[in-house]
Ligand binder design. Structure first.
Ligand SMILES: [Zn+2]
Ligand SMILES: [Zn+2]
Length: 191
């Protein structure tokens, strides 16, 4: 497959890599669309300090190409989005139900090869079918939307609350839309 490989800091090139093969409980997704995140830029600039090379990218959607043994939640050909942080399910944080902030989590596109490639291999519990009626472009925004939705859920703003959003990037704009739905009185600041 072709993949964008970050070999060294600020050195990203398209290379040929072996096609990933799913092990038990894993699926291989043919990536249709991938988002570029601020953290991809930090990774590119060496701010993560993780071992390289790695294929970056964690915001992706595509079609299931292949499934390993024991996979029952998705089938080949199905459109899916990828949830990009894989928890250990074994530590105290995971046991308390907060697996989203597991300290042992494996981060797609940072610790292991991500979605800036034709194919990506992920645990089947971290792929979610895309309902009909949601197109590929919208589905590709699921991960940043989840970040914004989580923030609004933690607040949550009451009708008429004054809310300041700092930063009008993808997630900031999603926060704007979601907080507006809650009836908040909004201001957004950016450069
Ligand atoms: Zn991201
Ligand atoms: Zn854990």
């Amino acid at each position: 497959m072709r993949a964008a490989v970050l070999s060294n800091t600020a050195n990203l090139t398209v290379q040929e890599l072996p096609d990933p093969v799913p092990g038990p409980g894993e699926v291989v997704v043919a990536v249709s669309l991938a988002g570029v995140c601020g953290s991809d830029y930090s990774l590119y600039n060496g701010k993560f300090g993780v071992p390289l090379p790695v294929v970056p990218g964690h915001e992706g959607m595509g079609t299931v190409k292949d499934v390993g043994s024991g996979v029952s939640n998705v089938t080949v050909g199905q459109r899916v989005v990828i949830q990009p942080n894989f928890a250990c399910w074994d530590c105290d944080i995971c046991s308390s139900g907060m697996d989203n902030i597991c300290s042992e989590k494996v981060r797609l596109g940072i610790d292991i090869n991500g979605v800036f490639a034709q194919y990506v291999k992920v645990p089947s519990r971290y792929v979610w079918p895309v309902p009909e009626g949601i197109d590929d472009q919208m589905a590709a925004l699921t991960e940043p939307l989840a970040v914004a939705a989580h923030a609004v859920k933690i607040l949550p703003p009451a009708k008429g609350d004054r809310v300041l959003i700092i930063g009008a990037g993808v997630i900031g704009l999603m926060l704007l839309l979601l907080a507006k739905l809650e009836g908040a009185d909004l201001a957004v600041s950016d450069l």
